[in-house]
Design a protein around this ligand. Structure first.
Ligand code: ADP
Ligand code: MG
Length: 475
């Protein structure tokens, strides 16, 4: 073993690896073999202020996105220009129901931030919110347990901020399912073709069945679209009434293998089943909407001033290429700024799931080739630069040391009864996910192999409560 900054590396690697395998911290490797998920052996250390700030914003973001998803006129206005050249946006928009049935709504989200380095310390800047298939709750909980176990004899172990987003997501899924009021009705896990995050998803599914007696079925959108039918307003699938469709796919065009997949979305939208997410929620999640919300005037339509201000403080400059933005004291069309400072901007189409963003010269070429009609289907976003730190990751059984960057995601839940937008039953922060990657890597995917699951330890001067002293990440 090479000399390492981490004492006792060989022992820690063995123990961590065995722990990961024993607790199902797993993924499929390139050849279909089962391997452990990449994770770090050293926590990221941050001041408590950073955690508190993100935590204090959770409710505002929950309510913001729930309210935006109810403003169908705003969604149409914002997305119609993009729909003219982006077929996926156009097809999603066409599923927006004219007359939505009254039913409970559940939003299960993950809001991703990067810790921008400022003179006052790291300060959260929003990368994006994920309102569909927000994954890795159980995996984040397992890596949190893993590191607390690994450092059980050291002070560092006591400073790790505990989090249980997997358990919390299960609790909220059960609560929403109960609202449906039929103990025989199923939760459908709607999976993308060739689902890779199966271990994470099975942790949720098995707990629903074994610990809470919630019947669940798994299917693809094609299967649901072909075999599902609406009877007296309810959705039925394979002889079972459906209480909820919980999407783990459906965010990428490739997940829609045929027309039946679109039918699956329409069936859920038109029935009494809760759709997680609904079409309006998925539309509210689009990057063009995120760009619009950076306007103070628009943001204030959905949040009171003080909340709008705190939320806006996490936004960076963002706009369609032809629109003006203010950046570093300059005001100019985003395209001009991006062409003049290519290292300071990211070009994003409306896609989810990673691997779609363009940086540097790739961004420049795409901007130069862009037809004016395509402009509203893209968004330019200021590039966020967090401070690099030293980290040790375990990737396919091998420790990898080096400078890293991290992303802090906070899981959220918002549950409401029909008409209960302003009186939610659940409006919570469910815990966090930390993803740490090589400082030169630009993507954030864990299952895709770019990033490692990580854990947050409070800096020495800002120690968190230990086990049994309360969990600041869950309300
Ligand atoms: P997707 O919806 O495909 O996941 P994201 O907007 O989350 O797309 O971007 C994917 C990854 O790219 C992020 O997890 C982050 O690592 C990186 N990234 C995205 N936007 C920025 C940005 N403005 N500054 C720095 N990195 C970014
Ligand atoms: Mg996304």
């Amino acid at each position: 073993m090479l000399h390492s900054a981490l004492p006792g590396l060989a022992d820690r690697v063995r123990e961590a690896r065995e722990y990961a395998l024993s607790r199902g911290l797993l993924k499929y490797g390139a050849q279909g073999q089962v391997v452990h998920l990449p994770f770090t052996l050293t926590p990221w250390q941050a001041p408590e202020r950073f955690v508190q700030q993100v935590h204090s914003l959770a409710g505002s973001f929950n309510r913001l996105y729930a309210r935006v998803s109810h403003d169908h006129d705003f969604l149409r206005q914002t997305l119609e220009p993009a729909a003219r050249t982006d077929e996926f946006v156009s097809r999603m928009l066409a599923c927006l129901p004219e007359d939505p049935p009254g039913r409970p709504e559940l939003f299960l989200t993950r809001n991703d931030f990067m810790p921008l380095q400022t003179p006052e310390g790291p300060s959260p800047r929003q990368v994006e919110i994920n309102m569909i298939a927000a994954s890795l709750g159980p995996a984040s909980q397992k890596v949190n347990d893993l590191q607390r176990f690994l450092y059980r004899e050291e002070d560092l172990g006591k400073r790790i901020l505990p989090t249980r987003p997997g358990d919390e997501q299960i609790r909220v899924l059960v609560q929403a399912w109960r609202l449906f009021g039929d103990p025989q009705a199923r939760i459908l896990f709607v999976l993308p073709p060739g689902e890779k995050g199966v271990f994470d998803q099975l942790t949720l599914a098995s707990a629903l069945v074994l610990e809470h007696g919630v019947p669940m079925l798994r299917c693809t959108m094609e299967e649901l679209g072909r075999e599902g039918e609406i009877r007296a307003g309810d959705l039925w699938f394979r002889g079972r009434r459906v209480a909820m469709g919980y999407f783990r796919g459906g965010y990428a065009p490739a997940h829609y293998e045929g027309e039946a997949s679109w039918n699956a979305r329409r069936l859920l939208e038109a029935s009494t089943a809760i759709s997680v997410p609904s079409i309006p929620a998925q539309l509210a999640n689009m990057k063009m909407v995120q760009g619009r919300l950076t306007s103070a005037e628009i943001l204030r339509r959905y949040l009171p001033d003080s909340e709008a201000e705190a939320v806006a403080a996490t936004f960076v400059a963002m706009a369609p290429p032809s629109e003006e933005v203010t950046w570093n004291g300059q005001r100019a069309p985003a395209r001009e700024l991006a062409l003049a400072f290519p290292e300071d901007w990211v070009l994003k189409p409306q896609r989810e799931g990673g691997g779609n963003n363009l940086y540097g010269q790739d961004m420049v070429h795409r901007l130069e080739a862009m037809r004016p009609a395509e402009d509203p289907a893209f968004i330019l976003m200021e590039y966020i630069r967090p401070a690099a730190f030293h980290s040790v990751r375990l990737v396919e059984n091998e420790p990898v040391e080096g400078l890293c960057l991290t992303e802090f995601g906070t899981f959220g839940a918002f549950l409401m009864e029909p008409g209960g937008l302003e009186r939610p039953l659940v409006d919570e922060d469910l815990g966090y996910l930390l993803r740490t990657k090589d400082h030169q890597s630009r993507e954030g995917l864990v299952i895709g192999g770019y990033a490692a699951l990580d854990v947050l330890a409070l800096e020495e001067s800002t120690r968190c409560p230990g086990p049994g002293e309360g969990n600041p990440s869950a309300r």
